[in-house]
Design a protein around this ligand. Sequence first.
Ligand code: SAH
Ligand code: F3S
Length: 477
Amino acid sequence: MLSEKIIDENKQGQAIVTLDKKGNTKKLFIESYGCQMNMSDSEIVASILSEEGFDTTQNLEDADLVLVNTCSIREKAEQTIRKRLQKYNRVKRINPEMKIGVLGCMAERLKTKFLEEEKVVDLVVGPDAYRDLPNLVKEVEAGKDAINVILSKEETYGDVTPVRLNTNGVSAFISITRGCDNMCTFCVVPFTRGRERSRDPQSIVEEAQDLWDKGYKEITLLGQNVDSYLWYGGGLKKDFDKASDIAKATAVDFAKLLDIVATALPKIRIRFATSNPQDMSLDVLHTMAKHDNICKYIHLPVQSGSTRMLEKMNRQHTREEYMELIDNVKKIIPNCAISQDMIAGFCGETEEDHQETLSLMEYVKYDFGFMFAYSERPGTLAAKKMEDDVPLEVKKRRLSEIINLQQQHSLFHMEKMIGQTVEVLIEGNSKKSDVHWMGRTTQNAVVVFPKGSEHVGDFVNIKIEDCTSATLLGTKA
Ligand code: SAH
Ligand code: F3S
C-alpha cells in the first residue's frame, strides 16, 4: 500500500517521501540500543538494505521492515529490548504486513530461541551476517521466518559505505575492529561478537576522507578494543603468528593507524573508543601527543581498583600496572581527559576491594565515568564458575558511592576550566534551549553557549564562565 502511494504521488511530481536512493520504495525503520558499535553497524545495515529498495523512515507506523539492533551487556539492556518488541507487536496488529527483525548481540546470544520466545519476531541476524540480509529479507517477505547468526573470521564490512543515520553532519563513527579476544569473565561480548579482526587501513582512510569531503569535522574510530588493532592483510588477530614474514613486517598497529589517519586528514578531529589498559601502548600516547587533531581524551575502563578482583575478571593487569599507565598518560599528554567504566559488586567483592576502587578513583580523578552494578550474563565464565554473591542492596550502595565520588571528580575538572578559553566544535542545539549551541572540547567536555552568527560544524573559542558536573557554560571569546 505504502509503496503504491509513493509511486502515485511521484507520478504527479510531488513525492511526499524523500527518496534517498533513486527508485527505492520500501521503508526501513531501524533503531539501535547499546554501544556506539551498534549505532555504527546500523549504518552498515541501512547501506546494505538501500541496495535492496529500502529507504529509512523515522516513523515506526510507516515501516515495511522494522529492525532493532540489540544489546546483551546487562540483563536490563535485554529487558529494554523485550519491552520495545511489545510496542512493535501493537503496531503490527494495525499493519500485519510489517516485518520485524532483531540484529546484534541478543540475536547472536539467543539465536532460534528469539523466534520461539517472541512471536512478533520474523528475522534474527547476528553481527557478522548483515551481508546476508538481502536473502533473509526476501525469505521474510515470502512469509517465512529467517535466521543467520554465523560468526566470521574475516568480516569487517570494510567495503560498505555506511548510510549515516541520525547524523548531525559533524561527527561520525568509523568501525576499525570487530569482536574481542579478551575474555573478561563477566562479559558477554566475545560470545556475541566473535573473535577480533581488523579492517584494512586504506578503507578506513578512504571513509574518513569521504566524510571530510561531505563536511564532517570529527570521526570516532570504533572497536571493542581499538588498541588491539592489527592489520596484516586480513584475518583473525589470533592468527597473526601464522602470517608471512612480509605480512608481519608491514603490519599496521593502532599507533600507526592513528598516525596514518591524523596525517592524511590533518584538519579532522579524531577520537577513538574503547581502549583496554593492557593493550594501550606508549606509542599510542606519543602519537596522540604528536598530532593536534587527535583529541586529548581516553576512555580507559578499569572495572575495579582491586588487583584481586581484576584477576577474577581476567583483566590481565594489576592495580599498580594500571596506575603506571595513568602516570604515563598524564606525563606524555598533560591535558588529557580520562574516563572509566566500573563494575560494582562483582563475584566475591569485599568491602576492602570496594574501598580499593574508591581509592583508585581518588588517585586518577577521572573526568567522566560509566558505572554499573554487576549483572550476571549466561554463558560467561563468571556465570559458570563463580557465585554472584554480593547482595543487590550492597551492589547498589557501592555503585552509588562510586557514582557520587565520580560526580565530585567531574565537578572538580569542570570547575578548573572556569576562566579558561577553550576550542569547541559545534554539534547542534543545546538540549535545553534553541537559543544556545552545544559542542565539545578536545577533552570531550560538553560546552553550552549563546548562539551568534556561527554554524553547526564551526570551531569557536569559548570563554568558560560557569559549570555543572556535566556541562561547561560560557560565551564567545
Ligand atoms: N570494550 C568494550 C566494553 C563493552 S562493555 C567497549 O567497547 O566499551 C562496556 C562496559 O560494560 C564494560 O566496560 C563494563 O564496565 C560493563 N559491563 C560489561 N559486562 C558487564 C556485566 N556483566 N555487568 C555489569 N557491567 C558490565
Ligand atoms: Fe568485554 Fe572485556 Fe572485551 S569488557 S568487550 S571482553 S575487553
